[in-house]
Design a protein around this ligand. Structure first.
Ligand code: BMX
Ligand code: ZN
Length: 287
């Protein structure tokens, strides 16, 4: 079976064809800005029209809260669709294929759980990218909750005096640790606007740049220890552009080492690398 996998993030959309669990084709575009679902879907399919005839089904993983009626942003600062955005319905209409859709981090959690190859593990996948997303596997099952919100751990508030998050709360992990939060902190600190890639480079020699990244990693470490306290997880799998940036995983693990032993847990790199969410889009059909 050939699956067209589509991963919609706040910044980019990755597209791929997955056959036998392997990504055999890959393409990437910037997330279209169109607010119109027909035009948005056309933009997504534009470059891959010639893939459609050869695929059987379509799996989508997307940033946002996924319900029957579409995609709803929890943090509209990272995705400004009119909501609920009926993307899956429109994709089915334009391609004539069956479409299944999951939240991006939930999809990646399932993929990464299968890769761990130990059904007894309770785990979470955390992506630190445009936002901070999560997916939780308990007793061998993806825990979505009745509404599908479960795993939105980027919106656990860890600082009641913290900054406002786009979701309407204050001090959310996402408002401290995400790529967007890092960029904001860096723009406030430095006169020159740096990309996050440049900031990570600067951090090797510049303590102010280093501190911005440390604060992000500390927030993710706090999140991991909170998840351990709440769910007694065995492992956290980390992904996302920031999660995979040079030395970030090590910073998170070092920060966890300074916490009480009972709340410590190992944090490991996603096997799907930058494509954990894309592979997750295709893997949602695997029981
Ligand atoms: C946000 C939220 C989550 C998503 C996470 C990571 C929106 C639009 N998205 O917390 O659903 O999983 O970001 O998303 O509210 P990414 O775009 O960084 O991959
Ligand atoms: Zn929030």
């Amino acid at each position: 079976m050939r699956t067209l996998a589509i991963d919609i993030g706040g910044t980019k959309v990755a597209l791929g064809v997955v056959e036998g669990g392997v990504l055999i084709k890959r393409h990437q575009i910037e997330t279209p800005e169109s607010q119109n679902v027909v035009l948005f879907t056309e933009s997504i399919l534009k470059d891959i029209q010639n893939w459609i005839d050869d695929i059987d089904i379509i799996g989508v993983s997307t940033t946002g809260f996924v319900t029957e009626s579409g995609i709803t942003a929890i943090n509209p600062d990272t995705l400004s669709f009119p909501t609920p955005f009926p993307f899956a319905q429109e994709l089915e209409r334009q391609t004539g294929k069956t479409v299944s859709m999951l939240n991006d981090a939930q999809a990646a959690a399932w993929y990464e759980f299968v890769q761990l190859n130990d059904a007894s593990l309770n785990m979470a996948f955390i992506t630190v990218s445009t936002g901070v997303g999560g997916g939780i596997i308990i007793d061998g099952k993806l825990h979505q909750g009745h509404s599908g919100l479960a795993g939105h751990i980027g919106h656990m508030s860890i600082d009641i005096n913290g900054k406002e998050c786009g979701c309407g709360q204050v001090g959310c992990v996402e408002s401290i640790a995400s790529g967007t939060a890092i960029k904001k902190a860096s723009d406030e600190r430095f006169n020159k606007s740096l990309t996050n890639i440049e900031l990570f480079e600067q951090a090797k020699t510049n303590p102010a740049a280093d501190q911005i990244i440390t604060i992000s990693a500390q927030a993710i470490a706090t999140l991991c220890c909170n998840l351990k306290a709440c769910l007694d997880l065995d492992v956290v799998v980390l992904g996302g552009g920031i999660g995979f940036a040079d030395g970030y995983l090590e910073r998170v693990n070092n920060a966890i080492q300074s916490r009480p032993k009972v709340f410590q847990l190992p944090v490991v790199a996603a096997k799907g690398n930058y494509d954990a969410c894309l592979l997750g889009a295709a893997f949602q059909f695997k029981e």
